[in-house]
Design a protein around this ligand. Structure first.
Ligand code: TRP
Length: 332
């Protein structure tokens, strides 16, 4: 791991929540210690591909997401945090890569397919949206990374990246681009507090890293448990029980958790005592993050992003140069 470079990113379309923490931020914190280098991209260009009518939301979220990174412990002196739109070389790489991907290949991407359905694009899919996976190939190849920590919904993009890399290297007969490996987090995707398959800002069912203590408490106490667990003495279900799913993700003492599960299944353990335990667990996790977050200034975040973008741009320039040289279009 010591010689690895990782690259990953998030669309800035709101603050980050516990789903991001369990699914990707924890993984990044580990990789920050284990890898030689790391890049985290605030993917504003990609966020605009489905928010072009409300750019203000994307722009505002750039700083918010950066605050979330720093508040959870990403070290900007070790990890290059940068803004996608400040690296125009990515757009240029995208143009070249577009020649290597067919429209039907893009239409088969399951993540894009699901998004098209969710956004009700019908027959009017914006070209920019359909092509964002190609722009993501540019993101992934531009910084000489070999590892890409992501959620499983991003696997189709990694697969596409490796197809483009192989195709490019074969066509121009040089090992210019590197294949990459996805690093999936150990925790499964976090469900929403309402039991929905995914915790997300748009579904309004997530606990945010910036939530205050009483909001967290209200959210925990509104969680679904087992609808058939009416009296404390009734036996309860653990599978599909939102409180247990969150305890699985965030309660560190696994032995105690096993005991609690047994007790709940047998009957005699109240939902309130479980919720109180989860509330304490989440307050202990989130309050230092929130406090750190509140101490962070907008200007400081911009400094981090501008410095990071300069460093990232140098790496992307080199890749673009290598790509153009391999194609023979350097002219001067
Ligand atoms: N597609 C990612 C998301 O929706 C964001 C992203 C953009 C990304 N470029 C990337 C992730 C490069 C990993 C690598 O969250």
């Amino acid at each position: 791991m010591k010689y690895d470079t990782f690259l990953t990113g998030d669309r800035p379309s709101g603050k980050l929540h516990l789903g991001h923490y369990a699914g990707s931020l924890k993984n990044r914190l580990r990789m920050q210690d284990e890898c030689l280098k790391g890049y985290i991209m605030v993917a504003d260009v990609q966020a605009l591909s489905d928010n072009f009518a409300s750019p203000e939301k994307v722009i505002k979220s750039v700083v918010e997401v950066t605050k979330d990174y720093i508040a959870v412990g990403i070290n900007p002196f070790k990890i290059t945090i940068f803004i996608q739109s400040l690296i125009p070389e990515l757009a240029e790489l995208t143009i070249y890569y577009m020649n290597m991907v067919s429209v039907s290949r893009l239409e088969r991407n399951p993540t894009v397919k699901a998004e098209i359905k969710q956004k009700n694009y019908g027959e009017s899919i914006p070209v920019g949206f359909l092509c964002y996976p190609i722009s993501q190939v540019a993101d992934i190849t531009a910084f000489d990374a070999n590892l890409v920590p992501v959620g499983d919904d991003q696997l189709p993009m990694i697969e596409l990246t490796n197809e483009v890399v192989r195709r490019f290297n074969r066509l121009y007969d040089k090992e210019v681009l590197k294949e990459v490996t996805a690093v999936l987090s150990k925790t499964q995707r976090l469900i929403g507090i309402d039991g929905n398959a995914k915790a997300s800002k748009s579904l309004g069912n997530a606990i945010f890293l910036a939530d205050d203590a009483s909001t967290i408490k209200d959210k925990v106490y509104s969680m679904f448990t087992d609808p058939d667990h009416i009296r404390v003495s009734d036996p309860g279900k653990v599978d599909g029980n939102v409180v247990f799913t969150y305890l699985d993700a965030f309660f560190e003492n696994k032995e105690e958790l096993e005991e609690l599960k047994k007790h709940y299944k047998k009957g005699g353990l109240s939902d309130i005592s479980l919720k109180s335990l989860l509330n304490k667990t989440l307050q202990d996790l989130i309050s230092p993050i929130r406090e750190k977050r509140e101490s962070l200034k907008q200007d400081e975040m911009m400094d981090i992003l501008i410095t990071g973008s300069k460093i990232a741009r140098e790496a992307a320039k080199q890749t673009l140069y290598n790509v153009k040289s391999a194609m023979g279009i350097t002219y001067c």
